[in-house]
Design a binder for this molecule. Structure first.
Ligand SMILES: Nc1ncnc2c1ncn2[C@@H]1O[C@H](COP(=O)(O)OP(=O)(O)OP(=O)(O)O)[C@@H](O)[C@H]1O
Length: 564
């Protein structure tokens, strides 16, 4: 289908005349030679540059047949195939899913899964308005993680849920929370304050969860608050605080609200850690410990959710989960199988830029998300693509909250077709129609790879992910190549034969990304002097315009705040 028709289906409007240049770009009508880029030769054999390892034989790994991107029955079902498997000791209950979901479930007294949302009213007295809102959202049947996760949470059990990106984990915890919150408390004397808490690693994700929660709670008078400066101010009023039912927050916002004494977690009964493996990593762990300590209710129910949960992090989770039930959908730490994945050796930084320009020249379907490893590189690549005349924007943590929100909004609406992003956008963000993810910079961990590419191929839709690597990344390629292999994708054998990185090297990479040549320097390298000067001037002018725009925006914000 035509990319623009596809985007317009989601309500976005495109002025093809005004953006005729971009339209031709995205439709692949622009001649490749106009772009003065040399074509990269994609090879299945070990590139000479990588032969310093002196061991790998070339050839495509053909041990597995490639899975089709759509499910075999053509239904928009997130999961396919039945594969239930016992894990752990024989004393644990193991559920065999009667439906077409690959689920492994361990723990004591595992609740029976649901086959349909309707069952929730008879089994758990879930209010009809809630189920009506589920139907209104277009969810006709529960996804794998929902079939098992929802009853586990409704039976007030602790839960560790690991399910692929885009498989509906948000609803798997929101629906039970609303089911357990009961009727909204209206009388001031009975109000105790927040009874449920959802923690997510980024503001953007917290905001997205908030939007989903509002949709699901439509018609019910629960007070749902996403913590930010404005709401924190409002919560200084004790009476306002008592009215809150559910708080959604990042760890940092919550800890500073706790320190300011404007949030009280004594009555929290349900705590969800979304993207739990990220939250339990160094950097967030201390804050999570503070939050756990502040949730002092004896009946506190805790649940962790993620698409990835490495064993070491799960061990940390198990220190605070009480007799948890563990639900794994699909293969643990694997990519969603509706994503077609490619790994591309580009030789050098110049090669990466050429590869991206080739890809664009050949025609790509927006929306496209491009990941880089740092704020500087995001800015550089953004300016390169802007210079190329693309409808592009950039999002990273150095941009103001208002700018970040606006960029995300415009990307969702289809007003921005290519978004350059840092790791900030890698987790949880639900951009429904993303057709392509490009890992311009090789991800620092396998988990990062899985989450980044998981921005496409969501809710059973097909998607594509291309990952570039250079000689410098070669030591880390094998782990990602194994993810491709596990998802049934074709992988050149030499990638699988590369040596594993040592634990030390992995730790180093996790701490600090690989040093790379600047994108702008790489961009200038292949050009004539005059072209390079012209390019530099254009980028400078665009930076100036952007800074002027941002300054004006900030002044407007201040003026508005003062008016308020
Ligand atoms: N039962 C359902 N049927 C169809 N679509 C659903 C269902 N439940 C959720 N979805 C849709 O699936 C998409 C992905 O859901 P969600 O964002 O919760 O995924 P996730 O598993 O949390 O992904 P990630 O690991 O990336 O955070 C959303 O657009 C959501 O609206």
């Amino acid at each position: 289908m035509d990319a623009f028709a596809l985007l317009s289906r989601g309500g976005a409007q495109f002025d093809k005349k005004r953006f005729s240049k971009e339209v031709s770009l995205f439709n692949g009508k622009r001649k490749a030679d106009e772009r003065a880029v040399s074509k990269l030769v994609v090879t299945d054999e070990l590139p000479a540059e990588l032969d310093f390892f002196k061991y790998a034989e070339g050839g495509v790994h053909t041990g597995k047949t490639k899975k089709s991107i759509n499910s075999a029955n053509g239904k928009e079902n997130v999961m396919e195939g039945v594969q239930s498997q016992a894990e752990g000791s024989g004393s644990e209950d193991v559920h065999t899913m009667p439906t077409a979901h690959r689920i492994r479930c361990t723990g004591d007294d595992v609740p029976t899964p649901i086959a349909a949302f309707d069952e929730l009213s008879s089994r758990y007295s879930i209010p009809s308005e809630l189920l009506h809102n589920v139907t209104e959202a277009g969810y006709s049947e529960p996804t794998g993680v929902q079939t098992q996760g929802i009853p586990v949470l409704l039976e007030k059990r602790d839960l560790a849920a690991i399910a692929p990106t885009g498989s509906g984990k948000t609803l798997a915890y929101l629906l039970p929370i609303f089911g357990l919150l009961g009727a909204p408390v209206r009388s001031a004397t009975n109000q105790v304050g927040a009874r449920a808490l959802i923690v997510s690693p980024t503001r953007e994700l917290a905001q997205q969860i908030h939007n989903e929660a509002l949709k699901l709670a439509k018609g019910r008078k629960w007070k749902i608050v996403v913590l930010n400066k404005a709401t924190a101010n409002a919560l200084r009023d004790k009476a306002a605080r008592k009215k809150v039912d559910l708080i959604i927050t990042t760890p940092l916002s919550l800890v500073s609200a706790l320190e300011d004494g404007i949030v009280d977690l004594d009555h929290i009964r349900h705590l969800i850690l979304d993207e739990a493996d990220r939250l339990l990593e160094e950097g967030f762990l201390k804050q999570i410990e503070e939050i756990l300590a502040a949730c002092s209710h004896p009946d506190l129910q805790k649940a962790v959710f993620s698409a990835t949960l490495p064993a070491a992090v799960e061990a940390i989770a198990n220190t605070f989960l009480r007799q948890p039930i563990r639900v794994i959908v699909g293969l643990k730490d694997s990519a969603t199988d509706t994503i077609h994945q490619e790994l591309l050796f580009c030789g050098s930084e110049i090669g990466k830029l050429q590869a991206l320009r080739n890809l664009i020249a050949e025609g790509i379907q927006p929306p496209v998300l491009i990941f880089v490893q740092s704020i500087e590189r995001a800015t550089e690549l953004f300016h390169e693509l802007l210079y190329d005349g693309l409808n592009v924007d950039v999002v990273h943590s150095d941009r103001s909250k208002a700018q970040r929100e606006e960029t995300v909004r415009r990307f969702r609406q289809g007003e921005v077709w290519v978004l350059v992003a840092t790791e900030l956008m890698a987790r949880g963000m639900d951009f429904k129609g993303v057709n392509l993810v490009v890992n311009y910079d090789f991800p620092q961990t396998v988990q990062s790879y899985i989450h980044r590419i998981g921005r496409t191929g969501r809710a059973g839709r097909p998607g594509k992910a291309v990952t570039y690597f250079t000689k410098e990344d070669a030591p880390y390629v094998k782990s990602v190549a194994n993810v491709l292999k596990a998802s049934g994708q074709e992988v050149p054998q030499y990638m699988l034969d590369l040596p594993k990185p040592s634990k030390l090297k992995k730790r180093e990479l996790k701490r600090r990304p690989i040093e790379r040549k600047d994108i702008s320097r790489a961009a200038g390298a292949g050009m004539g002097r005059n072209l390079a000067i012209k390019r530099r001037d254009m980028i400078r002018a665009s930076k100036r315009r952007k800074m002027d725009g941002e300054k004006a925006g900030r002044e407007k914000e201040v003026a508005l705040a003062e008016e308020a």
